[in-house]
Design a protein around this ligand. Structure first.
Ligand SMILES: Nc1nc2c(c(=O)[nH]1)N[C@H]1C(S)=C(S)[C@@H](COP(=O)(O)OP(=O)(O)OC[C@H]3O[C@@H](n4cnc5c(=O)[nH]c(N)nc54)[C@H](O)[C@@H]3O)O[C@H]1N2
Ligand SMILES: Nc1nc2c(c(=O)[nH]1)N[C@H]1C(S)=C(S)[C@@H](COP(=O)(O)OP(=O)(O)OC[C@H]3O[C@@H](n4cnc5c(=O)[nH]c(N)nc54)[C@H](O)[C@@H]3O)O[C@H]1N2
Ligand code: SF4
Ligand SMILES: [Mo]
Length: 702
């Protein structure tokens, strides 16, 4: 039996859901259900007042699961033999000894760190500091590279700053025209739906752009069923109509943006007729959407991984941003652009130094002024800071190539979630030391030499930043089970074992936040005006917030963008091919994504009976024309083959999917891991893998 520490109050929820970026508040209450506890929606957090989706309602099940790792485990040869329980002291000293000797032999960069977007701001911050100050290695990156990096790069290019949503959710109901592209909100951020439905009730038009008819597109007035990879072609068609028909906001474009001529030139040849020919979307539909969005008094564009997880992900995103800039739909009520953040702390996780090229506050590690500021907060010389490392997938490649010899993974399961799984598996096998800090023996942890039992969301106090850029405080709601430790203690104690403990002396987690806030002062993501005391009172503060009396910034760009001249940049996009176009040998496009009842690599939700029983195995979605072509009968399975591998799946035949497209969710490992097939081509700017497009062939399994 576990007990809840916090009782109901009207101040703050007992905790927040660990899964998606909505970060709904929840109450953990005594009951006769999960180990004596149950979860109820909280009325005390403004984002999703009184609502939780299925995942949130069942978020305690994995926390109290019997497979939870309860003490440090060691085994000499990965995957072979039994795990041996060891003391924390033994684990720390042996890990430190091995790291020290590997670094003596191969240099400091022989050790890499791989973080995650579920971690609190404090733990994300400490992981970055640990890599640069305790290990003194340049190699750190995190799973958010697979998630928000294309949108982040696009926002930085266009706006000069990357906060996923430029406006709070509460502005959605004020929008008269909403474009949802490559974002399946109904399944991925379910408690955001009421905002969209309220807008609709007030007369808003909703357009969805997705190769599949999803739960989200069912609420749309117009659904554009695009083949994966055609977003920029389609958007060029919309921009062409807007310019040709003089529908753009001339005043806004002139006074607040630069680069218009480039866009005009890029879209010149994308007449509606040509775009219909290229995409199959009717000319009339293209005109209707272009006119509708441009003429609407207010409007919002939301994008997500559908068009971002591509080798052209940054450019696709820039083109969607063009829609809002050309029509002046940003920086005022009912308007804005949002890249819908995915993970619990997908926003904060990318602001405080887990990214290969960044220091806290979204500062660039190669910028001398940034190095000086952060080094001072950390009590080291700027010259002691390493330079920038490489992106998540490239970090795994460096292991395969032999440059990185040891890896510490905290908050990710890269063997399931990385493209081209076979390379990742080969790389993990080559590691001389793999340390995984997790709640479970994940697919990745099977290759570990040390598996250290970290904390779950319910046990760890800290701050998170939701998809709106709202920083809030999450309470500790339960005690740690067994011999588990808080992630931030594990990082600090390991630093101590490495002889760098002097830099990791904290009286408590609030102390870590104070240092984080100081490190971000003056940076793009400025948290320096935020304190635990304010957060407890104010139920969240939108960054940037640079002083104790600053109210926070819910609506960005009201007067200026964040480039030096205050203007936003428009980019003319020439659509490019995916890395692996379909051909006669591999004639279908495989796209991958999510289901409502599972979360990411499935480490938590496959261990949640109530969720897992609704989707115990992955099912491939195919169009009836494909089923007919391969002579598929009911109950038969299909084999999907790409240039990297071949797997068998159960099938759902549906008219909803674009005929050339096959969809498979990625929440499983081993023989069900669709990432055995996906392509590891990366966007040249964001280094985001092309999870959403690879060429496959499909056969019937007899
Ligand atoms: N239930 C659940 N919720 C989650 C998660 C989860 O695993 N499960 N994960 C969280 C995380 S980390 C993230 S990043 C978000 C992701 O949230 P989303 O990005 O909304 O989720 P996906 O299913 O990856 O992709 C969205 C849609 O893109 C479509 N798509 C595929 N290719 C293309 C294309 O070329 N163009 C366009 N326009 N669309 C395309 C897919 O059909 C899919 O419906 O969800 C978060 N919420
Ligand atoms: N084919 C395909 N692949 C994809 C995607 C796709 O759309 N298609 N999407 C990509 C995206 S957007 C993402 S975000 C990645 C995510 O992929 P992963 O990073 O693999 O995601 P998770 O399953 O969340 O892994 C988190 C791990 O950390 C553990 N964990 C959770 N919370 C904590 C904590 O507080 N402390 C500690 N110590 N451990 C914790 C969990 O048990 C789990 O093992 O997958 C990517 N991979
Ligand atoms: S919408 Fe997201 S944060 Fe809210 S309960 Fe569901 S998974 Fe959790
Ligand atoms: Mo994500």
């Amino acid at each position: 039996m576990r007990t809840a520490l916090v009782t109901l109050s009207d101040e703050q929820p007992s905790s927040h859901c660990c899964f998606c970026s909505m970060q709904c508040g929840l109450e953990i209450l005594p009951s006769d259900k999960t180990e004596g506890l149950t979860i109820k929606p909280s009325a005390n957090f403004p984002v999703a007042t009184g609502r939780l989706c299925q995942k949130g309602l069942n978020a305690l099940e994995h926390v109290v699961h019997s497979e939870r790792i309860l003490e440090p485990l060691h085994r000499e040869a990965a995957r072979v033999g039994q795990w041996q329980p060891v003391s924390w002291a033994h684990a720390y000293s042996d890990i430190a000894k091995r790291i020290t000797s590997l670094q003596a032999e191969h240099g400091r960069d022989a050790i890499g760190v791989y973080g995650g977007g579920s971690l609190t701001n404090e733990v994300s911050y400490l992981l970055g500091k640990f890599t640069r100050v305790a290990l003194r290695s340049k190699y750190i990156d995190y799973n958010g590279r697979y998630c928000m990096s294309s949108a982040a790069a696009a926002s930085n290019k266009a706006f000069g700053i990357d906060r996923g949503m430029t406006m709070p959710l509460s502005e959605i109901p004020n929008a008269k025209y909403i474009i949802l592209a490559g974002t399946n909100i109904a399944e991925c951020q379910p408690t955001m739906m009421p905002y969209l439905l309220e807008a609709k009730k007030k007369g808003a038009v909703i357009v969805t752009i997705d190769p599949r008819n999803t739960m989200t597109s069912k609420t749309a007035d117009i659904h554009v069923r695009l083949q994966p990879g055609f977003d920029s072609v389609f958007i060029n068609g919309l921009l062409h109509v807007m310019i040709a028909e003089n529908l753009i906001d001339q005043k806004f474009v002139q006074s607040r943006t630069s680069g218009f001529e480039q866009v005009k030139e890029a879209v010149k040849s994308f007449t509606p007729a040509r775009v219909e020919y290229l995409t199959g979307v009717l000319e009339a539909v293209i005109r209707t959407i272009a006119r509708g969005f441009a003429k609407a008094e207010t409007g919002i564009v939301l994008t997500a991984r559908g068009l971002e997880q591509q080798v052209n992900g940054v450019e696709n995103t820039l083109n969607y941003i063009n829609l809002t800039l050309l029509t002046g739909k940003i920086g005022r009520s009912g308007c804005g652009y949002g890249a819908v953040t995915g993970q619990a702390n997908g926003q904060g996780g990318r602001e405080h130094g887990q990214k290969a090229d960044q220091l806290p506050g979204y500062r660039l590690i190669e910028d001398p002024a940034a190095r000086e500021h952060v080094a001072k907060v950390w009590g080291i010389e700027p010259s002691e800071l390493p330079g920038k490392g490489v992106s998540a997938y490239e970090l795994l490649q460096k292991i395969d190539e032999g440059e990185i010899k040891a890896l510490i993974v905290l908050g990710s399961n890269p063997l399931v979630s990385s493209p081209n799984n076979k390379m990742v598996e080969r790389a993990l096998q080559k590691l001389e030391l793999l340390v995984v800090v997790d709640m479970f023996e994940t697919e990745t942890a099977r290759y570990a030499h040390y598996l250290l039992p970290g904390s779950s969301f319910a046990e760890a106090e800290g701050t998170m930043t939701n998809l709106e850029g709202r920083v809030f405080h999450r309470r500790k709601a339960m005690e740690l089970p067994g011999n588990c430790k808080l992630d931030y203690h594990i990082i600090s104690e390991l630093a101590d074992a490495l002889g760098r403990g002097a830099y990791f002396q904290y009286a408590g987690i609030e102390d870590v936040f104070r240092e984080l806030a100081a490190a971000t002062a003056g940076g793009k993501a400025d948290y320096s005006g935020i304190t635990y005391e304010r957060l407890q009172k104010e139920k969240g503060i939108f960054w940037p917030c640079g002083s104790a009396d600053h109210p926070g910034t819910p609506q960005l760009f009201q007067d200026r963008f964040h480039h030096a001249d205050g203007k936003a940049l428009l980019f003319g996009i020439q659509p490019k091919m995916p890395a692996e176009p379909i051909d006669s040998d591999f004639p279908f496009v495989l796209t991958t994504g999510r289901l409502a009842n599972h979360y990411l690599s499935g480490a938590q939700t496959r261990r949640t009976e109530a969720l897992n029983k609704k989707a115990p195995v992955p099912v491939a979605e195919i169009h009836p024309s494909l089923a007919k072509r391969i002579g598929l009968s009911v109950e038969q399975k299909i084999r999907i083959t790409s240039r990297r591998g071949s797997l068998v799946f159960q099938v759902k035949v549906t008219e909803g999917i674009q005929p050339r497209t096959v969809f498979v969710p990625f929440h499983w490992g081993d023989e069900h891991s669709i990432n055995v097939l996906t392509n590891d081509a990366l966007d040249p700017t964001s280094r985001m893998p092309e999870f959403k497009i690879c060429a496959v062939k499909v056969e019937r399994v007899d």
